[in-house]
Design a protein around this ligand. Structure first.
Ligand code: FAD
Ligand code: FES
Ligand code: FES
Length: 1356
């Protein structure tokens, strides 16, 4: 009898022997022993509550691994966990997420962090070196996690292929780079050592030989030698000491016990009835009931020998409950290869689904049994296991062993199974499939899947078995329809005895609509209903296809599968990413020392890849530092009746509470409009949104502070509230500020038009989702001085507001920012509020105070990009020329008017995007609602209205019957045009140049024909192709903001130190300023050092925002360096053969100052005169670009994949092509997220539901185009730009809309097949739900409801 089968029959109460190894013996705590980066760590006092991440960061001071989401969804905390596996007799290396891995789970194992593989003090590991040199980083916050995922892959597979690399990085999010350069850098480890595009790798040019591709030189890389990797600690390999026997670690509140035999486990479970079994902790870490327990005992089941066994037989595989999903994948893969296809079907489908469960990090720790027992209604695996006839074996000390079928009786209710408290799941037995049996598993890929109750999405698994061509057995299983995964028993039964024909299909689909209860929990009911039918339809066709091959002709009714229907069967695949990045070479004769125009690596690249780069929260804690947690409002609009802090303050380790009464200075900050209410730092009498701070708890640890904050009892008196733009429109809830511009006689022009389209569109909000959540440390000093370390884009704002809150002069407040882990506009103003709260607490308690928001807190507290709804009427001539547009845009500004009015310029200029509209009325209103006050995000207002006009252009094309690209082309701005704010468009020819070059490089017309052909042959997969142009004005919206200062010192050894007022947050500002200083001073970049931004060195700086950073601070540095060179000129002249050091020293000896500041202001910026509706000169200049996107859409699920993107962008003469291309690609992918994936939803009670990566889906590595080409427009110097360059940080967002248009193009083809023509509405983002419903076929009904409200949630 094999091991597991033996266990299944062995465990009866009679058989379980009395354990000598009793719990009493376990009263002795063990010392936790593990290795970190080769060094042994022994801890006799470990707190089992601690995560591995907190342990590394706080106790071991290894701060390379980052906290970003704390829920396993981003990979910023990835480390490698290595252990010796006794079963497989080998060392296993796994990438895991340290944020939810309990520290006790690593006992007897070896942890490798980013610090352990290479450093700037010794040598970079090739993974680190290549990532840095390939420009695969920007803000760098995701970088250590990326490095560790790749490093672990190489430890397991020294010669991976591109698909392996992309697969291993699925769990690592990056918000900055757009992933392409990360993949390209890591692809150098593949056999080809290349990105898949030889031209790019070899740095070849195109036909025009002043353009080159290749942003780095692979031959510069140190070779990778896998034999040089550190060895696994011999102590762990040679001795069983740490793996054998039971160990126990305990703190006052929590106990962790790790038994190694099932006998021990059962005994402990019976002796400690509340003990919770744990394997990967991926569910338990977030389980609110477990979190609330006062005293917790965890029984780790990960190393229980019987639970990790695997038995493979002819008929089945028996997996021990604690077998990890990644191990299960290996076993299934092998079995699928060994078995005949019909027998291996279930395993093949299970394997396919397993690979879509979370990511490598999750699959490396999660047990298959615990996945089932988590009893999630959205589990992807459970439906397949149920459909396959999987049985589970359960045992307990008292009840003995029993085997159960995974069916409807197993799952009782939401997160509840029929297991009793003392039951342990031992194993699951998954049978092979049999002859005449068919199996399929289905899920929507581009969906968030984690927090069950909030987002429900249907998945399914089906099995049928035939006798001849009659159905003999059937099992239709669904997840996401209600509180549990279900087998649709009555429908399944009614299939038995039937033939597999269209009547069966129709009947089943009808029954799925009528007999299967679909809960409204989670919303999206129409979509989910359509998925039930669509999934079954796919399965029906699959079986029909396979049946047809075997028994074709046995049933007269059965139609064979048409080629067009066959398109339902294949999955949309993402092929490995490749691409070409083309840029102009520097002019002949440019000195080699001059780095301008060259793809210079990020100046902090080595620090970022080694984890040595210091972010605000990486600064060491002071011994008596207080940790703050905010008490947030839980009501959208309410009067505060009382606040009771007693329960919170009674906790050990809690030191105090601050609120408005503790603010010595101003608790308010004025709104832009005097009629609007002031914003309060701490709410006093009322709250106006969920997430508004009311007070702050100070405690020893952040966890304790957070726990105490939840105990603060606030009593509210609720008031009426509004959340959505639609409700604001209904009730007339608007702010006073609005804008309206008008040109020509719109009514007459509309009347004259040959085609008129009227409509309404909605573009949702977007969360900034920078990887580093907002944080701050405030350190009090003598005489009311305070030093504030902040993750802000605007240190000046922090300084001024902290000074006002404390009632002290700004000169006493110093704000320092070394770098920020991504900002995108979200860190312009909210960090000042955090800093004020900490400063008030620091003042009250005389101690340093630190506050780091969790991902959830950050997303609820910080306002988002505005959501917008537009109503329009547009008219054009029969040949497609626009005549007139009458449009009113309603933006959801949130609970205060705040900064929103400053965005009017961008909002309105982008309403015309790249098109000349002869007559127009454009009106914008700001809706007053009770969501957090909306703030700028990359592109500041423009990306919304740009999307709106592009949707309108699409309508015009569909109404007039003229191809969309033609409509766009003929309406593009031309030389001599002014825009809709009467601003001149100096180098507008570049718009048309970008357009033409993009058409050419994308091979648009040939591919158009190819795609039309594909679409005519495929009913259920459609491809879409779209071109989109853009223009964007550069510069900060207010006149006085367009100035900057820098401070440059030359030291006597010739080294140079730059300080400037801008903030480095990944855009490459510091790298570019070093390049600029190097050009002016004619010294190598290595001689130039750049320091943190500090308000005591450079005062009164504007926000680093609006793509203006390099224009402002780059110019300020240039001015300062030019001043210094003027001072040195005399000495150079006198000693032309001297060295830089000679000239510097001579100047010093002659008492010449070697330090100066540079001030820069943009000349002639007048902006827009709203009072007189007169535009003069724009802000700095305009950027232009065009993109062509191709997608493939699964019309039955709403899934899509970007296949190819070509971008041509005008960046003037690029200062650094690697950085500029990085900005374009990163912004494009962020725009792609905005327009196709990222959707914000609020509960009816005003709480943000879409918090964290488990609910809010930003683009992942698999989302980017398989072919990603970028060309910088050549010979396009910008007359007013710094060294003829343009700032390019934001414009790329707009062209992300190309993906939306391509999806719409594909959907239009599906609609045409369903007999629907003409304009149709596809709001943004084009989520799977919207795509699926817009495809409008027999499974959706002719869906026409465009309401943005859902029964379950509110779209802002
Ligand atoms: C970032 C992330 C992404 C995810 N993505 C997906 C996804 O795409 N699709 C999907 O389906 N799921 C997804 N999940 C859910 C995930 O699959 C499950 O959370 C995971 O499988 C649970 O395994 P675990 O070992 O970590 O469970 P644990 O948290 O360790 O345990 C889960 C439960 O099982 C119990 N348990 C464990 N072993 C036994 C036993 N032998 N007997 C009795 N009780 C036991 C525990 O007490 C606990 O109640 C995701 C989760 C995360 C964190
Ligand atoms: S996955 Fe650990 S911090 Fe996000
Ligand atoms: S570089 Fe990846 S998140 Fe910033």
């Amino acid at each position: 009898m094999s091991g597991l089968s033996h266990i299944q029959s062995h465990f009866t109460s009679a058989h379980v022997s009395t354990m000598e190894d009793s719990i009493a013996r376990l009263a002795i705590s063990n010392a936790l022993v593990f290795f970190v980066n080769g060094k042994k760590v022994t801890d006799h006092n470990v707190d089992p509550e601690m995560s591995l991440l907190s342990y590394l960061r706080r106790k071991l001071r290894l701060r390379g691994s980052k906290y970003s989401c704390g829920e396993g969804g981003c990979g910023a905390c990835t480390v490698m966990l290595s252990r010796y596996d006794d079963q497989q007799k080998k060392i296993l290396h796994h990438a895991i997420n340290a944020c939810y891995t309990p520290i006790c789970a690593v006992h007897g194992m070896a942890v490798t962090t980013v610090e352990g593989i290479g450093s700037t003090r010794t040598k970079l590991h090739p993974v680190q070196e290549r990532l840095a040199k390939a420009h695969g980083l920007q803000c760098g916050f995701c970088t250590p996690g990326m490095v560790m995922s790749m490093y672990t892959l190489l430890r397991n597979n020294p010669l991976p292929n591109s698909a392996d690399i992309e697969e291993s990085l699925v769990g690592n999010l990056c918000r900055c780079t757009g992933y392409r350069p990360i993949i390209e850098g890591f692809n150098t480890f593949t056999q080809n050592g290349c990105c898949g595009n030889p031209a790019a790798c070899q740095g070849l040019g195109d036909e025009d030989n002043d353009m080159v591709s290749g942003l780095f030189t692979p031959s510069d890389f140190a070779p990778y030698d896998p034999t040089q990797e550190p060895i696994f600690p011999s102590e762990l390999q040679l001795s069983d000491e740490y793996n054998n026997g039971t160990v126990r670690f305990a703190s006052k509140a929590t106990t962790w016990i790790r038994p190694t035999t099932l006998n021990d486990l059962l005994r402990m479970k019976s002796e400690i009835p509340d003990a919770v079994l744990v394997v990967g902790n991926a569910e338990l870490a977030f389980d609110p009931t477990v979190r609330k327990l006062q005293h917790k005992t965890f029984l780790s089941a990960s190393q229980v020998a019987e639970l990790v066994q695997i038995d493979v037989s002819d008929d089945a595989i028996v997996f021990g409950s604690s077998v990890k999903m990644s191990r299960m994948c290996e076993v299934l893969k092998k079995r699928v290869e060994e078995l005949p296809t019909f027998k291996g079907q279930t395993y093949a489908e299970l394997l396919k689904m397993l690979m879509m469960v979370g990511d490598c990090q999750l699959r490396n720790v999660s047990g298959i049994g615990s996945h089932i027992l988590a009893a999630s209604p959205l589990s992807d695996l459970t439906p397949l296991l149920m459909a396959s006839g999987t049985t589970v074996t359960v045992t307990s000390l008292k009840g003995g062993s029993r085997t159960m079928l995974l069916d409807n009786t197993f799952f009782k209710d939401y997160r509840k199974t029929s297991l009793k408290q003392d039951d342990t799941l031992v194993s699951l037995t998954i049978p092979v499939s049999s002859k005449n049996e068919y199996f399929g598993g289905y899920k929507v890929k581009k969906q968030v899947h984690r927090r069950d109750k909030d987002v429900a999405i249907v998945n399914a698994a089906f099995r049928v078995k035939f006798d001849g061509d009659i159905v003999k057995e059937a099992a239709l299983c669904f997840g996401g329809t209600g509180p549990t995964v279900v087998v649709a028993n009555s429908v399944s039964q009614k299939m038995i005895g039937r033939k597999w024909d269209e009547t069966l299909l129709k009947d089943v689909q009808h029954m799925l609509g009528t007999e299967l209860q679909l809960s409204t929990q989670g919303g999206m009911v129409e979509y989910r209903r359509s998925l039930l039918k669509s999934f079954f339809f796919k399965f029906y066709l699959k079986v029909l296809d396979e049946l047809g091959e075997k028994v074709s002709g046995t049933s007269a009714e059965r139609k064979s599968l048409s080629n067009s229907d066959r398109s339902a069967l294949f999955d949309i695949e993402k092929s490995p990413t490749s691409g070409t990045q083309l840029y102009q070479v520097v002019p002949d004769g440019q000195p080699a020392i001059d780095p301008i125009g060259r793809p210079v690596m990020n100046e902090s690249g080595c620090q970022l890849v080694t984890g040595e780069a210091v972010y605000c929260n990486d600064v060491s804690m002071e011994p008596d530092e207080l940790q703050m947690a905010i008490v947030f409002s839980t009501r959208p609009h309410a009067k505060i009746i009382s606040v009771d802090t007693s329960a919170a303050l009674s906790l050990d380790g809690v030191h105090g509470y601050v609120d408005a009464t503790d603010v010595p200075g101003k608790n308010t900050w004025p709104a832009a409009n005097p009629l609007d209410e002031d914003s309060e730092t701490f709410a006093t009498e009322k709250v106006i949104c969920v997430g508004q701070p009311i007070g702050g708890i100070l405690a020893d640890t952040p966890e304790l502070a957070r726990k105490a904050a939840t105990l603060v009892n606030v009593v509210y008196e609720d008031k009426e509230y509004i959340l959505s733009v639609q409700d604001a429109m209904k009730t007339g809830s608007f702010y006073q500020s609005s804008r309206r511009v008008e040109e020509g006689d719109v009514a007459t022009e509309l009347e004259k038009s040959d085609h008129i389209v009227e409509g309404e569109v909605y573009v949702s909000a977007q969360s900034h989702y920078y990887l580093e959540t907002m944080n701050c440390v405030v350190r009090p000093n003598e005489r009311d001085e305070m030093v504030v370390l902040s993750s802000t884009q605007c240190p000046n704002d922090v300084q001024m507001k902290v000074a006002q809150a404390l009632g002290v002069s700004a000169s006493k407040i110093t704000v320092k920012v070394r770098r920020v882990g991504g900002g995108f506009g979200g860190k312009e103003f909210p960090p000042s509020e955090l800093a004020k709260m900490c400063a008030v607490a620091a003042k009250k308690y005389g101690k340093s105070v630190r506050l780091m928001l969790t991902r959830d807190e950050d997303m609820q507290f910080v306002g988002t990009r505005h959501a917008a709804l537009a109503r329009y009427k547009v008219g054009c001539t029969s040949d497609g020329h626009l005549n007139a547009l009458d449009i009113e845009v309603f933006m959801n500004a949130g609970c205060t008017e705040g900064i929103s009015p400053a965005l009017f310029g961008q909002i309105i200029t982008q309403l015309s995007n790249a098109y000349k509209i002869p007559a127009y009325i454009m009106a914008v209103k700001l809706c007053k609602t009770n969501i957090p006050s909306c703030i700028p995000m990359r592109g500041a207002g423009g990306p919304k209205t740009m999307a709106i006009i592009e949707m309108i252009m699409d309508d015009v094309a569909r109404k007039s019957g003229i191809p969309p690209e033609k409509i766009r082309e003929i309406n593009l701005y031309k030389e001599g045009d002014v825009n809709n704010l009467y601003q001149e468009l100096p180098d507008i020819v570049n718009l048309r140049r970008c357009w033409d070059e993009c058409l050419k490089r994308s091979d648009y017309y040939r591919r158009r024909a190819e795609i039309d052909n594909f679409n005519s042959e495929n009913r259920w997969k459609k491809r879409g192709l779209a071109m989109v142009p853009t223009k964007r004005v550069l510069g900060l919206p207010l006149y006085f903001l367009n100035q900057a200062q820098a401070l440059v010192h030359i030291y006597l050894d010739g080294s140079v130190l730059i300080s400037h007022g801008g903030v480095e947050m990944g855009q490459g500002l510091n790298t570019k300023t070093v390049q600029i200083a190097s050009r002016v001073l004619c010294i190598p970049q290595e001689r130039i050092h750049i320091n943190e931004n500090s308000t005591d060195k450079v005062p009164n700086s504007s926000s680093t925002a609006a793509s203006s950073g390099t224009d402002l601070w780059g110019n300020a540095v240039r001015v300062a360096c030019e001043t210094l060179m003027e001072r040195l000129e005399k000495f150079i002249y006198e000693n032309p053969k001297g060295s830089w050091e000679d000239w510097v020293n001579t100047a010093y000896m002659n008492r010449v100052s070697l330090s100066t500041s540079g001030h820069f202001k943009y000349p002639d910026i007048i902006g827009f005169d709203w009072d007189n509706l007169k535009g003069t000169k724009g802000q700095y200049y305009f950027c232009y670009g065009a993109a062509c996107c191709e997608v493939e859409v699964d019309c039955l699920t709403g899934d899509h994949q970007l296949k190819r993107t070509d971008i041509v962008m005008d960046v003037g003469d690029s200062l650094n092509p690697a950085l500029d291309i990085g900005q374009i690609e990163g912004a494009f992918v962020q725009g792609y997220g905005l327009y196709t994936l990222e959707e914000l939803r609020y509960s009816k009670e005003g709480k943000l539901l879409t918090k964290g990566p488990g609910m809010y889906r930003i683009p992942q590595i698999g989302d980017i185009p398989s072919e990603f080409n970028v060309t910088l427009l050549k010979r396009a110097p910008c007359k007013v730009g710094l060294y003829s360059s343009k700032g390019v940080g934001e414009v790329g967002i707009n062209i992300g809309f190309g993906a939306h248009l391509a999806i719409k193009d594909a959907v239009a083809s599906a609609r045409a097949d369903a007999g629907l023509d003409g304009p149709f509405r596809l709001d943004s983002p084009a989520t799977p739900e919207r795509i699926r419903l817009a495809c409008a076929d027999e499974f959706t009904g002719k869906f026409n409801d465009h309401s943005i409200d859902d029964e379950f949630f509110i779209r802002p």
